[in-house]
Design a protein around this ligand. Structure first.
Ligand code: ZN
Ligand code: ZN
Length: 340
């Protein structure tokens, strides 16, 4: 569909600050402070403080304010899913990406050419956010965090079942689960609730503010309690305690009773990673598309060009090439995949 002279690449292109839309005068998920940013979701490698103006979903704006403060941008503007707005000469619409609460694909159009910047996304169901919606486009801009055939999603429910089985097999031990604070934490809690686990879930204090925000935004998480800062000597045997990954190995974790250390992440698909981190119970729960999901999604959009922003770009570029899609790596800097 794309044709000269309005070919993307001229009106939408990578810069040192990130992807830039010339006719709209905005960057998408810029790595450095810019005048005008459109932000796909709240993870820190996509949403950064210091921009003149930020346009994002109401949920993403709320997340940015909790994490960085209400004055983290000169101006915040919200745009609901599915509503088209104009920025400069471009039109912009946000569509669910299925990655975390508020996560969006940015649909940009200029002179009849449509590009979709998907940010981070997944195709697997997630009770804490709206599901990914494929959008037909000329250019599809994709991540490639888990773009190797070795990354194959397993149903998250199965991993939750393993956690609950371990809890009943080892009732005297605390189950200490490492989770990233935005997205993974709340998804894990919601999945436990869906599996019928209705006991209090204990949280490291650092996880509490975003859980409170999710609840405020309508995601029910059930009974939660903060682990007291000094812990006393409660030990919490037989209970589930969630903590940021960095807390798993530090002295904070020593208060618990003979803990089973678990870690919920897409990276747990690599056994060596789990061993290296001393994880006894690796839970493969990813908020990114797996290999099949990445390839299928890119083809489903019908795009004749696919740009890969970050991650394992060469495998994906090669695979899409086999399907006749012109794919190229943008190798954008500054993405470290906070959420997985
Ligand atoms: Zn993310
Ligand atoms: Zn990311």
């Amino acid at each position: 569909m794309s044709m000269m002279p309005d070919q993307p690449g001229t009106w939408l292109h990578p810069t040192a600050d990130g992807l830039y839309c010339g006719p709209g005068g905005f960057h998408i998920d810029p790595a450095r402070p810019v005048e005008r940013a459109v932000v796909t979701h709240g993870h820190s490698d996509h949403a950064r403080p210091g921009h003149g103006a930020v346009l994002a979903t109401p949920e993403t704006v709320a997340i940015m304010k909790v994490r960085y403060g209400a004055d983290a941008a000169g101006r915040f503007e919200t745009l609901d899913y599915g509503v088209t707005t104009r920025i400069g000469d471009a039109s912009v619409r946000l569509v669910p990406a299925g990655h975390i609460l508020g996560s969006a694909q940015v649909v940009v159009e200029w002179r009849g050419v449509r590009a979709v910047v998907s940010g981070d996304y997944k195709r697997a169901p997630d009770p804490t956010c709206a599901p990914f919606e494929p959008v037909a486009c000329d250019v599809f801009v994709t991540e490639a965090t888990f773009a190797l055939p070795v990354f194959r999603a397993v149903p998250a429910e199965r991993e939750i079942g393993r956690l609950l089985r371990s809890l009943s097999d080892e009732p005297g031990r605390t189950h200490l689960v490492g989770v990233y604070g935005l997205g993974k934490c709340q998804r894990l809690i919601a999945l436990l609730r869906h599996a019928g686990y209705d006991r209090t879930i204990h949280l490291h204090g650092a996880l509490a503010p975003l859980c409170a925000l999710y609840e405020e935004l309508g995601v029910a998480l059930g009974p939660l309690a903060r682990v007291a800062p000094d812990g006393g000597r409660a030990g919490l045997p037989g209970e589930i305690v969630l903590a940021p990954p960095s807390a798993l190995a530090d002295r904070w974790s020593r208060r618990f009773t003979d803990p089973v250390t678990a870690f919920a992440s897409g990276w747990m698909a690599i056994r060596g990673r789990a061993r290296q981190r001393g994880v006894e119970l690796p839970l493969v729960i990813s908020d990114h598309a797996d290999w099949t999901g990445l390839v299928r999604t890119a083809l489903e959009t019908g795009a004749d060009e696919v740009w890969v922003t970050h991650g394992r770009d060469d495998a994906l570029v090669h695979e899409l090439g086999k399907h006749g899609v012109a794919a190229r790596a943008l190798a954008l800097v500054g993405f470290d995949d906070e959420g997985d």
